[in-house]
Ligand binder design. Structure first.
Ligand SMILES: C[S@@+](CC[C@H](N)C(=O)[O-])C[C@H]1O[C@@H](n2cnc3c(N)ncnc32)[C@H](O)[C@@H]1O
Length: 240
């Protein structure tokens, strides 16, 4: 397969997944066990994880994203546009994905629409200043160790083709700074489904230079082929 068969996304999409997908991506074994923790979703994008975890399970969650100072209408339009942008890209390379969780592109689009709908309704509730915070890596507006669990989905490695290594490293260090328990980062692939080439360097620097315990851990989810692993940085292992 040539590079042109596996193109990268050329811009960062305002796009997001549902709680049911987060549970698998981040290997959350028992959602109700998370009630005792404070969770950061960074970046949250158009995901409904924060809305669903808070509203359906009473979990203390915060989502952050550089776009979270926008009007809901603007985010809704951006979200709708980006669903079509990403889905259209996938339609040109269907064989890069495993079609067992989603049986079709149409089903995947429905998950994305559901996530966007649930996110927008919650964002509209005027919780913008507490549950949805404007923030941009590599610097977050949160105190050291202010979250037990920090989730980072479909950003750092998905868009690694757009970032230099120092940005990825300082972003991971920043996610760890605000975390008292575990940071979980998923997937380890780029948007083309190719693995992030500098993962060995990243793990080496995190362990040797910063003394951070980090491991590649299997997860029960694989849509992009081989994307059934996450990177987990541990300060204190969570009981879940
Ligand atoms: C694909 S979405 C995240 C989706 C969500 N975490 C999930 O897994 O479904 C990527 C998000 O990254 C945000 N973003 C772009 N630059 C960023 C930065 N420097 N720091 C944090 N987020 C950024 C975009 O606004 C976009 O909403």
């Amino acid at each position: 397969m040539t590079n042109t068969d596996r193109p990268e996304l050329d811009r960062i999409a305002f796009y997001g997944r549902t709680l049911s997908e987060y549970i698998r991506m981040f290997r959350i074994d028992y959602i109700d066990h998370l009630k005792k923790y404070k969770i950061l979703d960074c970046p949250s994008g158009a995901s409904s994880f924060v809305a669903e975890a808070h509203n359906k399970h009473g979990i203390n969650t915060v989502g952050c994203d550089p776009l979270f100072d926008n009007d809901p209408k603007i985010l809704q339009e951006q979200g709708e546009k980006d669903i079509e942008y990403v889905v259209e890209g996938m339609s040109r390379s269907l064989d890069l994905y495993k079609w067992d969780f989603y049986s079709s592109l149409e089903e995947l689009r429905n998950y994305r629409k559901l996530a966007l709908k649930q996110f927008i309704s919650d964002y509209k509730l005027g919780t913008g200043k507490t549950r949805y915070v404007k923030a941009q890596l590599p610097k977050l507006p949160f105190d050291d160790r202010s979250f037990d669990l920090v989730l980072c989905g479909h950003f750092l490695f998905s868009y690694a083709h757009k970032f230099e290594f120092p940005f990825i490293l300082s972003s991971v260090i920043e996610l760890f700074r605000v975390c008292s328990g575990e940071v979980r980062i998923y997937p380890l692939q780029k948007s083309s489904s190719r693995p992030y080439e500098r993962m060995p360097d990243l793990l080496y620097v995190l362990k040797k230079q910063y003394g951070i315990a980090c491991d590649i851990v299997p997860v029960p989810f694989e849509f992009q082929k081989d994307s059934n692993k996450m990177l987990c940085l541990t300060r204190n292992a969570l009981d879940q």
